[in-house]
Design a protein. Structure first.
Lengths: 554, 418
């Protein structure tokens, strides 16, 4: 069966294709070379006037795991405003800020996404996270496992254990938790909060272990490098949300000493202390540093006005933010000598100075960072806004006059404190395709994703070229996953399961003996109970495990 | 993994939400188990039970599984208001229950629905700061047990969390204090050295509110708060001196005091976290309760007590299995009990509209339209269960070959016929 997609305008930055009219051919779930005679195609879909991109990838979205489920249970009032009736999707469910797993999968697919990555899975909670992701259909998935606040890591770092030992532990954790990458959240700070430290700067020692966030970052970034993981250390830095954290972020970039790193939801880490409100935008300084340091990539964590819920492993900062809970309820947790979490519902208001400036700071970051290969489109779902706001965000980036219209509606002092009005840049379709497809696929090492070249997986999104880019990106005409039409005219037409992407780097098995002893002495489960097996992911053929190779480096 | 007879195998206990994963079992000739190491009184009793006969019954008469499944499907298809309840099962069984409810327009409740819902309500109205088993074991220098009855359940919490052999150096310099607030009779089941502060269970909330008032510097108008004044002052001193206080309670055993007391625990944690660190741990979610709540939440958005229909409707007040049955608001019930502890649903549904999936025979087998025996996860088949702290999910392996289906296996077959 050879499928011909005829005459679409192709945006495929991975292969340097910028808006050329071309045919695509699909066979057995892959993109294939054009046959010598187009009549060989068994079926043809005419895409004249359509915009064609690879399927989109969200590399930072909270779709599964304990804190996501706490948010779901906490917010019946949010779900009740967005219940999906039977007939709309293969299964009923609910949407908005903390959607049910299935609805999240359906809605991602309906926006043209084919892969989503949970950025904060705890090893202690990995089995649940994978169960939730298994119940998130339509998209491929994967998760980044948290390290850097767990007592085992900290005591070994404090004891001056060798980088090789740390690396073995990191590799074991990736394998046991079935993760694709390593994330660190408020390095050492979540742990410090358990010992009642209320803040932790980059060079401030965790009182219990005497190690600093800077040491933790360097140790983990080096382990990630040495293990040869495709995705660099995924960093949620110190001092999230604190006015003046701009300096922390700049120090973090410098402190990485050229090691590759991904800074996440940087909008929340780009605040100065200037002006009447002692709260100002640091986007220009951050963008300048990012532009100068090719080892750094980032995602923005754009906020949008409206209700949402913030879910974070950063118990220290969520505790501080809990005073602003709206509605007035929140959950914090200290978790299993591993990490923590905080779940705080929130409402971003465009007439609130701080929220309005947060909105502008996110957009400034997008527009001032030069290289779309190193900046990814996220709202840190649902922390800045639910992922369903991406089409609106794309319009803000692509349409300057729309952006300025929106700017006119926010708190006037925030608008005046922002340089947004002076920025002319409009993202092109090519750049959008980079930041939502090609770049995340490269960053995560997802072979066959984010590309429309022969040999690539036939993950294809077809859009109608509306001038209103929000409308265009909200309801693709077709979404193909592995060559199958899964969405047509913005509606799910076929349910697929999606695979789970993981790495299993090699490590010296002696670390397992050490961990057995440690778990036996201190923990309330055995080390082997934590491990999620390959068979659990495969689930008798219901799931699929995609193991990505890693190449150790000295 | 099936153990050869007489071998000692490592097992995880499915019978309470602590999910102890370090039990050593030896298999007896009748396919029951003796616990050789790390058991507790409750586990020893329940592991000693023989597996149920794998014979499905309709009105007490043997039928094959196919016939039983077909009859169960017919009962659900004919019902206008089916109820899928009990839900004493693993994650897989809970997922299948949600799918079945969606297909037949059913309501979902758990055998411990009242206790589970009280915690959900607390979460939905104010939230809390909580902690987990290993944190209590390693971090807490003060553990305040609020009328926890270790004789009945969760006995191994003492061994695993309160009296570990080793604590990490990072917690060194601190000695652990354990305080029990509640009935004096609990004393003999507590670790030695526990400070027992007697308080009548009906006055625990008052005692906690008084403690909280003292911590917040509010004067008390009365010295009568359920605790002796000297004990209250002692408690104030202890919590003020603590660096990390863990407040442990078991909502399932609190009865009418459950909601105000749970709320008072949350308030206390909030006060303590102003200056030092504190967190609560609720011991509950037995009989697969935590698994059912978790899976239902991720699949529907709501923590049980949902009515599936054209959309999902969360009705925590209305959807109470016993009430729906008693008032005739449910006209058929599918009752799930994979642990063999609650073999029959609340009475009130006619036998020909009753389906039971159980690991033990219902008390009145004639009164049960369809009975399909099922295995217990972790004994008869593999399964996954969520621990009391709702963080750790354990994968249990099967320990014997009984031919009993899992709840998920049977429900999927019923679903296929709907």
């Amino acid at each position: 069966m050879l499928l011909r997609l005829r005459g679409g305008r192709i945006y495929d930055p991975e292969n340097g294709v910028n808006g050329e009219i071309r045919d695509l051919y699909v066979r057995n779930g892959r993109i294939v070379k054009a046959p010598s005679d187009p009549r060989e195609a068994n079926e043809t879909i005419d895409l004249k006037g359509r915009v064609v991109m690879a399927g989109a990838i969200d590399l930072h979205t909270h779709i599964g795991g304990g804190k996501v489920n706490i948010a779901r249970m906490m917010l019946p009032e949010d779900h009740e405003r967005d219940l999906t009736p039977s007939g709309r999707h293969p299964h009923i469910g609910c949407g908005h800020a903390a959607p049910s797993t299935r609805t999240a999968g359906y809605r991602y697919a309906e926006m043209g996404y084919v892969a989503c990555f949970e950025p904060a899975m705890l090893a202690a909670n990995a089995r649940q996270a994978h169960l939730e992701m298994a119940d998130t259909p339509m998209v491929d998935k994967g998760a980044y496992v948290l390290l850097g606040n767990d007592d085992f890591f900290l005591r070994n770092l404090a004891a001056g254990r060798s980088p090789e030992t740390i690396r073995d532990y990191v590799a074991w954790t990736l394998t046991a938790a079935q993760a694709l990458a390593i994330k660190v959240v408020n390095p050492g700070g979540i742990n410090a909060f358990k010992f009642n430290q209320r803040k932790l700067d980059l060079d401030e020692a965790n009182a219990a272990y005497g190690v600093t966030p800077r040491q933790i970052l360097l140790s983990l970034a080096d382990a990630v490098r040495a293990l040869g993981l495709a995705h660099p250390l995924h960093i949620h830095g110190c001092n999230l949300g604190v006015p003046g954290n701009l300096d922390t972020t700049l120090d973090t970039i410098r402190g990485l000493e050229g090691l590759r790193a991904h800074l996440t939801h940087v909008q929340f880490h780009s605040y100065g202390t200037e002006g009447d409100y002692k709260f100002s935008s640091g986007a220009a300084e951050i963008a300048e540093a990012v532009n100068k340091n090719p080892n750094i990539s980032l995602d923005v964590g754009q906020i949008m006005f409206g209700r949402t819920v913030t879910e974070s492993g950063d118990s220290m900062r969520q505790f501080a933010g809990s005073a602003f809970a709206d509605p007035k309820k929140w959950v914090g947790m200290d978790i299993e000598c591993d990490a923590g979490c905080g779940v705080v519902p929130f409402r971003y208001r465009n007439r609130n100075f701080v929220n309005a400036l947060q909105w502008a700071i996110g957009l400034e970051l997008f527009l001032l960072c030069d290289d779309p290969w190193r900046i990814f489109l996220t709202t840190d779902h649902p922390n800045g806004a639910p992922f369903t706001s991406y089409p609106h965000l794309i319009r803000l980036l692509m349409d300057r006059s729309f952006r300025n219209d929106m700017l006119a509606t926010i708190h006037p002092d925030a608008a005046a404190h922002s340089r947004l009005a002076s920025i002319d840049r409009e993202y092109s379709l090519y750049e959008i395709a980079i930041m939502t497809r090609a770049a995340p696929a490269r960053s995560l090492g997802l072979k066959g994703f984010g590309s429309l070249a022969p040999g690539a997986r036939a993950h294809i999104t077809v859009y109608i070229d509306h001038d209103d880019r929000e409308r265009m990106f909200a309801t693709p005409e077709y979404v193909f996953k592995d060559g199958q039409i899964i969405v047509q005219d913005g509606r799910v037409v076929a349910e697929v399961q999606g695979a789970t992407h993981v790495v299993h780097p090699d490590y010296d098995r002696r670390i397992e003996q050490e961990l057995d002893d440690y778990f036996e002495r201190y923990m309330t489960l055995r080390k082997d109970s934590l491990r999620v097996s390959d068979d659990e992911i495969r689930d008798e053929g219901r799931g699929e495990l995609v193991l990505h190779p890693t190449t150790a480096r000295p | 993994m099936t153990a050869a007879p007489a071998d000692i195998t490592l097992a995880t206990c499915p019978f309470c939400s602590l999910l102890c994963d370090d039990l050593s079992l030896s298999t007896r000739p009748d396919q029951s188990f003796s616990i050789v190491r790390n058991g507790c009184r409750r586990a020893e009793k329940l592991f000693r039970r023989r597996p149920v006969a794998p014979q499905p019954l309709i009105a007490g008469q043997p039928v094959n599984l196919e016939t039983a499944v077909a009859r169960a499907a017919r009962i659900l298809r004919r019902a206008r208001h089916p109820l899928i309840a009990g839900l004493a099962t693993d994650v897989e069984g809970a997922r299948a229950s949600v799918n079945l409810a969606e297909r037949c327009g059913g309501a979902l409740d758990h055998v411990n629905g009242d206790a589970l819902m009280s915690m959900s309500r607390l979460l939905q109205t104010r939230g809390w700061y909580s902690t987990t088993l290993s944190e209590v074991r390693n971090r807490a220098d003060l553990v305040l047990l609020i009328d926890v009855d270790f004789q009945a359940r969760h006995e191994n919490f003492i061994r695993r969390c309160l009296t570990p052999d080793a604590r990490p150096e990072a917690a060194s310099g601190t000695t652990r204090t354990i305080v029990h607030l509640g009935a004096r009779s609990a004393k003999r089941f507590l670790p030695t050295g526990t400070h027992v502060l007697p308080c009548h269970p009906s006055r625990l909330t008052e005692a906690l509110l008084a403690l909280n008032a003292r911590l917040r510097g509010h004067p008390l108008k009365t010295r009568d708060c359920g605790l002796k004044p000297a004990d209250l002052e002692r408690l104030v001193e202890l919590v003020r001196a603590a660096r990390y206080t863990a407040l442990v309670f078991a909502p399932g055993s609190l009865g009418a005091e459950r909601e105000p007391l749970s709320s008072a625990v949350c308030d206390l944690v909030e006060s303590l976290n102003r200056e030092a660190r504190a967190a609560l741990l609720s011991l509950g979610g037995d009989e697969g309760g935590m698994s059912a709540v978790s899976a239902c939440a991720w699949l529907t958005g709501f923590p049980l007590r949902v009515q599936m229909g054209r959309t999902i409707s969360f009705e925590p007040q209305r959807i109470n299995a016993a009430k729906l049955i008693a008032t005739g608001q449910a006209d058929a019930v599918l009752w799930v009990d994979a642990f063999g502890n609650q073999p029959s649903p609340p009475v009130g549904i006619p036998p020909d509209a009753t389906v039971i999936l159980g690991a033990a025979h219902p008390s009145d087998i004639e009164q049960c339209g369809v009975y399909i025996p099922v295995g217990t996860p972790g004994l008869d088949h593999p399964g996954r269960l969520v621990r009391t702290d709702s963080v750790v999910t354990l994968a249990l392996t099967g320990q014997r070959d009984t031919g009993l289906s899992s709840v998920a296996g049977v429900l999927t077959r019923i679903l296929d016929r709907l």
